[in-house]
Design a protein around this ligand. Sequence first.
Ligand SMILES: Nc1ncnc2c1ncn2[C@@H]1O[C@H](COP(=O)(O)OP(=O)(O)OP(=O)(O)O)[C@@H](O)[C@H]1O
Ligand SMILES: [Mg+2]
Length: 176
Amino acid sequence: MLLGPSGSGKSTLLNCLCGLLSPDAGEVTLGGVTMVSGHSAAAADTLRRRHFGIVFQTLRLVSALSLRANLALAQKLQTGSSNRPAIDRMLDRLGIAHRADARPHQLSQGEAQRAAIARALVVRPAILVADEPTSALDQDNTARVANLLIELAEETGATLIVATHDDRLRPNFPGL
Ligand SMILES: Nc1ncnc2c1ncn2[C@@H]1O[C@H](COP(=O)(O)OP(=O)(O)OP(=O)(O)O)[C@@H](O)[C@H]1O
Ligand SMILES: [Mg+2]
C-alpha cells in the first residue's frame, strides 16, 4: 500500500512503475527486463499490456464503448481474444452486471470506478496497480471492492499495489 498526502507523488510513482512515465533518474525493471529508463520506454507498452492491470485515478474508460466492450477491449489487447462469460462474471462480482450495456458517461461515479476496477481485473494481471480505487465509493462498496481486490490477487497470485491519500482506508486493505 502506498500512502501519502495529496500531491506527494503517488500517481507519478505508479505511472513510472507502469511505464507510462519515464523517471528523471533510475529505471524500472520487470523480471530483469528494463521497462523504462530516462532514455527509452521501448519495452514498456508490450510489458504493460501483457502483465499489468491498472485502475487509473481518472479511470480512463473508453467513452465510445459500453462497459462490456471496455472489458472485451482490455482482454483483446492482452490475449487477442475476449471471453464473454468471464466479463459477465467480473461485472457481476462488482455489482454492475445490470449496467453492462451502458456507456461510461451514463454511470454514477461509483459505478464508473467499479467498471474501471472490473476492466483491470478481467485480464487476471500478474501486477495489479490501483490508484485511489475506492475514492468514489460508499462505505459498503469500499469494503466490497477492497476485499475483491485482495481476493483476486490471492486467487491469481497477482502483486497488488494500491495508492491512497486516505489513511482511514488502511483497515480495508489488511495485509497491504
Ligand atoms: N504532468 C505533470 N506535470 C508537472 N507536474 C505534475 C504533473 N503531474 C503531477 N504533477 C505534480 O507532481 C506532484 C505529485 O502529483 P501526483 O499526482 O503524483 O500526486 P498524488 O500523490 O497522486 O496526489 P493525490 O493524492 O491528490 O492523487 C504534484 O505537485 C503535481 O502538481
Ligand atoms: Mg494521485
